[in-house]
Design a protein around this ligand. Structure first.
Ligand code: ASP
Length: 443
């Protein structure tokens, strides 16, 4: 059994957190390859080391005038690591590392290089603490000359490098281009490194340790104490994260998904919790009919009505072209016989509204155009819905009981999700009503 384990910033924010991580890794010897993030927040108003590095680098680029601020910020970053070193009683000294960092920052080596030092230094400390080999991600995570991640090359290099290592720590978030220049993934990208490493070693499991016990059925800011999701498929996760549920970087799914490697989201602060298992497919019956509910607010809708539009070839295309020409992306598009409705992000749409209306009039001469704003979309997602009759019926009666007026409904043809449009101000009530009927009443 081989596991790749990734620890997020809050799991490695202090010596105390390092100790928890150490206990988790030592408890299971299959946890052989470890991907750390940079130290994150220790308290809610703390600053992540990655953000400190970005601002330190901007100070360095602003020239001599800001030298004092630059030095102070660099010292504050160093303090974060020194506190971990002394808290763990390590005999690591970062003098040379910080000398190189100062030279490279003032020599304008690049923002990506700057940000990557957070993971790099944390990797050195974690490897020393665990007694694992340290492998610099710059040697094994490859980007091409245009800065795009090179999956094939990386897989080749990384898998042969890790075949020789019994245990290793590989910092997350960055790699290097062919000329050696450091390049990072987008924010939160250590999740991606973990996934790439899991693929390279053909791991049995990719454990992603964070500060929550997995995905929750609904957003805890909306529903009080929502239950956690035990098992979720990649497709369900995609639907939910599109609607705003975030725990894992979206790009972290692709490398492992293709290999059928499951991801287990776990909580460093509560390691006994099983967390959420993300799998390609499962015949395990879900605990509830729905797997999760997520949603987003602030949409506008444009309803185009024209008698007999269904028989007019290319009608939809013409309408959609107007949005394309104005650079507005379409979020959702339910349609009726003589109507089609287009949901767009309100802020994106507002400034171009009149141009879009004029464009639609010119192109398709509609009988009627109606605009609405302050709408929210809610996705109810679940592989269990396919096998259960009456799911939408239950949703609607729950919403009716909660006095929520449903503006739109759309069931994806995969039967994996039902999207419901409501007014912004009904958003919380609607999610709570759906959660209640599918979860609370089933316990
Ligand atoms: N440290 C980086 C960030 O804050 C990457 C990561 O944590 O995954 O975005």
């Amino acid at each position: 059994m081989k596991k790749v384990v990734k620890f997020g910033g809050s799991s490695l924010a202090s010596a105390e957190q390092f100790k928890k991580v150490g206990r988790i890794i030592r408890k299971d010897e299959s946890r052989r390859y470890v991907i750390p993030s940079a130290p994150g927040k220790r308290t809610p108003d703390d600053t992540k080391v990655t953000d400190m590095l970005y601002s330190c680098y901007s100070l360095a680029s602003m020239g001599d005038e800001y030298e004092e601020e630059f030095e102070a910020q660099l010292a504050a970053i160093r303090d974060r690591y020194d506190a971990i070193i002394s808290g763990l009683g390590l005999s690591v000294c970062l003098d040379d590392e910080f000398k190189a960092i100062r030279t490279n920052f003032t020599g304008k080596t690049g923002r990506d290089y700057a940000a990557s030092r957070g993971e790099y230094l944390n990797g050195i400390l974690l490897a020393a603490y665990l007694g694992f080999e340290f492998i610099d991600a710059a040697e094994v995570i490859c980007f091409d000359e245009n800065g795009n991640f090179d999956g094939d090359k990386t897989n080749q290099i990384l898998s042969s490098r890790l075949a020789d290592a019994e245990n290793a720590v590989i910092p997350g978030f960055y790699g290097a281009m062919p000329d050696g220049k450091i390049r990072t993934f987008s924010r939160g990208g250590s999740d991606i490194t973990g996934s790439i490493a899991a693929k390279a070693v053909q791991a049995d499991m990719y454990e992603n340790w964070t500060d929550v016990s997995g995905f929750l059925i609904a957003d805890p800011r909306v529903v009080k104490n929502p239950k956690a999701i035990d098992v979720i498929t990649y497709r369900e996760l995609r639907e939910l994260s599109y609607m705003g549920a975030t725990v894992l970087h979206e790009d972290a799914i692709f490398p492992v998904r293709k290999e059928g490697i499951p991801i287990n989201i776990r909580n460093t602060n509560s390691p006994e919790d099983k967390g959420t298992l993300i799998v390609e497919g499962t015949c395990r019956k879900p605990r509830f009919v729905i797997t999760g509910i997520a949603g987003k607010k602030d949409f506008a809708s444009i309803t185009v009505e024209k008698a007999m539009m269904n028989s007019e070839v290319g009608f939809c295309k013409q309408v959609l072209e107007v949005f394309e020409e104005n650079g507005i992306s379409i979020e959702h598009m339910p349609s009726g016989i003589d109507t089609m409705t287009i949901f767009v992000h309100q802020d994106e749409f507002e400034e171009k509204e009149q141009k879009v209306i004029a464009g639609i009039h010119r192109r398709v001469e509609p009988d009627f155009l109606e605009l609405e704003s302050d709408l929210a979309l809610i996705a109810v997602v679940g592989r269990g819905m396919r096998a259960t009759r009456g799911t939408s019926g239950r949703i609607f009666s729950a919403l009716a009981h909660a006095n929520v007026n449903v503006k739109m409904i759309d069931q994806g043809s995969s039967e994996l999700n039902i999207i419901i449009g409501v007014r912004n101000h009904d958003f919380d009530a609607a999610i709570n009503a759906i959660y209640d009927i599918f979860v609370n009443t089933m316990i």
